[in-house]
Each structure stands twice: as C-alpha cells, then as structure tokens.
Design a protein around this ligand. Structure first.
Ligand code: NAP
Length: 494
C-alpha cells in the first residue's frame, strides 16, 4: 500500500485532505459504454480536480468501436458535461482530457492487443477496469496474460454481476485465477464505497458506546431497507433475468448485513475484514419459504407495470423481496435481521436501523409508555446517522417521556467536506490504485453469498410474485412478515 511520502501535497478539496496516488496507467475496457461514461470517467475527473491524480497518469479507453484519441476525448467531454456539469474549470477539463487515450480492442479477437501492450508504461501501477459484460471477463484476463500485461503488479477491476449463481461465480473465479492472483482482483460492490457504509465501521469499532450493546442481548432486531422509486425500464432485459434477489440482496444488502453483524477484525486490513464478513455469510441460516415475500409492481396510471416494463407480461421475476434472516452465531442467535428492497416504492431511501430492546423495567410507570433506542444509519438521502433517545417531554406536565433523535447529518456536522462526499466510484478506483482491497469482495465471499441465495431462488421456481401498488411499501404480506413477530417496518419516506 502506498504510504504518504514527500510527494504528499495534502491538497485540500472541500476542506478534506487529499493524498495524491502514484502516477498510474488505467485501461477501461468498455470505455465507450454507459458505466464508463456515466460513472467511472466522471469519478476520475472529480479525483483529478481534487488533486489526487497526478499529471502523467494515463487513462486509456478500450472497446471495439473505431475511435482515435481525439474522438474519444470528445465523447468523454460530452459525458463530463452531462454527468459532472458543475465540476472543475475549462482548464482542469482540458488537462484531464489530455490524459485520455483510446485503443480499439476486441476482447474476443486479436484486434488491438499488441497496440495496447505497447501503450502501457513499464514500472507504474497498471490497472484494467473490466466495464464490459461479465461474459467477457475470462477472455479479457486471458488476453492480458497472453500479451504480457498480467504481471504481478497488475490489477483488474471487475463489475457486478459476479456470476448468477454459485456455479457461475466459481467458474468466473477459476477463469480469473488462471491469470491473476486473488490479491490482484478487485470485485466491485459500489455500496462498500459509500461514505456511510464505511462510517458504519468507524461507529462500531471507533467508539466504546455501541460495541458492548451490539449483540442479541441488547438488540431486538435489525432492519435493512433499500427502496427505489424507479422501475426497471431501460434495463428490463437484464433485470428480468435477475430479479431483486440477484440484483440487490446477494451483493449490496448482504454486504451491509455483513458489516453490521461481523466480529471486530483485529485490524482494518483487507483479509482481516473479509475473513470476518465471510464468517457472517457462513453463519446465515437457510431462509424458510414462509420468511420470504416476493413482489412485482403494478401499473400506475400511465406508468406500466413490471411485466410491460420488461416486455414480458408473464414474467415471474420479483421486483421486490423481503426476508427474515437469522444469523446462527453466539452474538446474534435470536435477533432477526429483516431485509427488504424493491423498485417503484414510495420513496428512494436506503437505511439500516438497529432497534434496541426496551428497558427491562419502566420506573416511570405504564403511562410513560414503552420506549426503545433506534440507531439509524442512512445511506441515502441525507447520508448520516441518528440515534433515537428517550427524554422527558418538556414542560410541567409530569414525567412524560418522548423519543427524540440525536441527529448527525454529516453535511451539517462536518460542513461542505461531507456535502461533497466522494462518490463511491471515486473512492473505490483510488483504492485500486493504492492497492487496498478492504472495500472489495473476495472470491470466497461472493461464492458463499451465492451458496446462501441459490436455494431460495430455486425454491420459488415457477411461483408468481405478489402484486403491489407502485408508490407503496411493497406487498402487504411484507408488512405481515414483521407484524406476526410483534414488530413493524420503519416507514419508507423521504
Ligand atoms: P454497455 O453500455 O453495454 O457497454 C459495454 C461496453 O463494452 C461498450 O463500451 C462496448 O463497446 C464494450 N464491448 C462490448 N463487446 C466488446 C468486446 N468484444 N471487446 C471489447 N469491448 C467490448 O454496458 P455498461 O452498462 O457500461 O456495463 C458494463 C459492465 O458494468 C457490465 O458488466 C454491467 O453489468 C456492469 N454494471 C453496469 C452498471 C451501469 O449502471 N451501467 C451498473 C453496475 C454494473 P463496443 O461496442 O465499442 O465494443
């Protein structure tokens, strides 16, 4: 890992300290695609403006379309106008575009490989971002190796989805492992790059306050909600072959669950963290069919329902799923984790709520009501954390209790530095260059997550999901999943 050194200029951006990375070469396979133009290149541009990417760095787009470097720069310039409209100045933009190059490469043929190899600069960090369909990952790894670009220092970045079940994920791991060591493979789950997700670890392991209570003795249950208002139009083809379980639960919600449930690693170091996450996945009980609710959104006025959105009215794919998950280990036995995620819900909101148990006895009598602390970690919108505490209702009306939030909205507490919190891709790409895998999934983690989800997916083969209204909180049966345990979901609202 690169340590701060004399090159450290401690550039200041939005009040936060930025340590430049070493000069590097990054090849973006699929450099003309949606992800590259919408996320990866704007993220690199923002890091460049922040002073983190040194001059001399080379960003090389690679795809089959015939572009020269000038045409590619024009394409990227348009993308920056659209996806990073307020970032930088004309000067920073020109300097960034000057770093760009393009090579016409076919992952499945010989075109361009020798030329690409010739453009790489020996002796620097070399990273290869696979922003292409997963079916091309194996071919890219093989060609990189064949053309001498898979030496020990090279890194590859692979996007989701990483397989569609355990078998395909294992096959993909094997394909990559033929040419790259695990320490060179960066499997992206962009949820891990979110500021609040990392703050989850800071809060748990940087404070004395929470960790002693972070177990089944004090925590009643945990809720993880990732709700979206958009439907699947535009990516219906892909989504209909995946569904909410594959698209969201196996990766993003699973990662959040792991970070909440894991034991403290000995150090904040890649394998120490990933070992602990893997233990959580392996401790998950199989989920009983009665603890799963699947849904599909209905049409809403002009807006089509799920079946029409994906062009498959008979589709049995879920756009919503809610689960009750049990973690069979010493810390969590008896404390359920309720997970839900869906499309076309009431609001776009992602949060984790740690709901503590009620006090064992109320000294204030029954009329004071029952109260409990809830620690809420908001991923979006308004990234932040609040802790619900019980206090006396103000005024002379006797000892009445009321729950109030101790709110720590990062943008308010930390000022503009937090408001301008780096996009997950910015942080993750810089971590690749620094050689830090802590926020990337290891091959065995991904496989274990599929091993847990596969039987559920197999169990609902041929079963239609329940319909739910667009703009709702999902099917009523999802509410019942908690009601029957004497609990309730937090409201989905902005
Ligand atoms: P996309 O818009 O279809 O872009 C695919 C890219 O791959 C294009 O640049 C295409 O350019 C290139 N390509 C296709 N076949 C190739 C070949 N044989 N050799 C070299 N390049 C080839 O896809 P995307 O949405 O950017 O997604 C890329 C990856 O990211 C996928 O794995 C996807 O699952 C993942 N992902 C995307 C998003 C997103 O928001 N878009 C989010 C999460 C994950 P040419 O046609 O010119 O070759």
């Amino acid at each position: 890992m690169t340590q701060p050194n004399s090159r450290e200029t401690a550039a200041r951006s939005s009040g936060s300290r930025v340590i430049p990375v070493e000069v590097f070469d990054l090849v973006i396979f699929g450099g003309t695609g949606d992800l590259a133009l919408r996320k990866i290149l704007p993220a690199l541009y923002r890091r460049f403006i922040a002073g983190q990417i040194p001059a001399g760095t080379r960003l090389i787009g690679a795809a089959r379309t015939d572009h020269d470097a000038t045409e590619y720069r024009t394409l990227v310039a348009q993308a920056l106008t659209e996806h990073a409209p307020d970032a930088g100045t004309e000067t920073t933009r020109a300097a960034f575009l000057a770093m760009l190059d393009y090579v016409m490469v076919d992952a499945l043929g010989d075109t361009g490989w020798a030329e690409l190899a010739a453009r790489m600069t020996p002796g620097r960090v070399q990273a290869f971002y696979f922003s292409v369909a997963p079916s091309l990952f194996g071919a890219l790894a093989m060609r990189l190796h064949q053309h001498g670009m898979a030496d020990a220092g090279a890194r590859i970045v692979v996007e989701k989805p990483f397989g569609r079940d355990q078998q395909t994920a294992e096959a993909l791991n094997r394909d990559l492992a033929q040419h790259f060591r695990e320490g060179q493979i960066y499997r992206i789950d962009h949820y891990l790059g979110k500021e609040t997700v990392q703050n989850l670890m800071a809060i748990r392991f940087g404070n004395m306050l929470f960790e002693p209570l972070w177990n089944a003795q004090y925590v009643d249950h945990i809720q993880i909600t990732v709700a979206e208002t958009v439907g699947v139009a535009g990516r219906g083809d892909y989504y209909d072959r995946s569904g909410a379980m594959r698209d969201m639960v196996q990766n993003h919600l699973m990662q959040l669950l792991c970070l909440i449930a894991m034991e403290p690693p000995a150090r904040f170091e890649p394998n120490a963290v990933r070992d602990e996450k893997l233990k959580v996945i392996r401790a998950l009980d199989p989920v009983a069919p009665g603890d799963i609710v699947r849904g599909q959104y209905l049409a809403d006025g002009e807006a089509p329902g799920y079946g029409d959105d994906v062009g498959n009215p008979a589709s049995l794919t879920e756009s919503f799923v809610a689960l009750k998950v049990l973690v069979s280990n010493w810390r969590w036995a008896g404390t359920p984790f309720y997970l839900r995620t869906g499309k076309r819900l009431r609001a776009r909101t992602s949060e984790i709520a740690v709901v503590f148990k009620e006090t064992p006895h109320s000294i204030f009598g029954a009329e004071a009501g029952q109260h409990r602390n809830i620690l809420t970690i908001r991923l979006q919108p308004n990234e932040g954390i609040d802790l619900g505490v019980t206090i006396k209702a103000p005024g002379p009306g006797g000892m009445r209790l009321v729950d109030v939030p101790l709110d720590m909205t990062f943008s308010e507490a930390l000022g503009p530095a937090a408001g301008a919190a780096a996009d997950a891709y910015e942080r993750l790409i810089m971590d690749v260059i620094r050689g830090n895998q802590t926020l990337f999934m290891r091959g065995d983690e991904v496989v274990a997550a599929w091993a847990w989800t596969d039987p559920m997916i197999a169990s609902w083969e041929g079963v239609a999901p329940l319909p739910y209204d667009a703009g709702s909180a999902g099917p009523d049966e999802a509410l019942a999943l908690m009601h029957r345990d004497g609990r309730r979901w937090r409201e989905i609202r902005l």
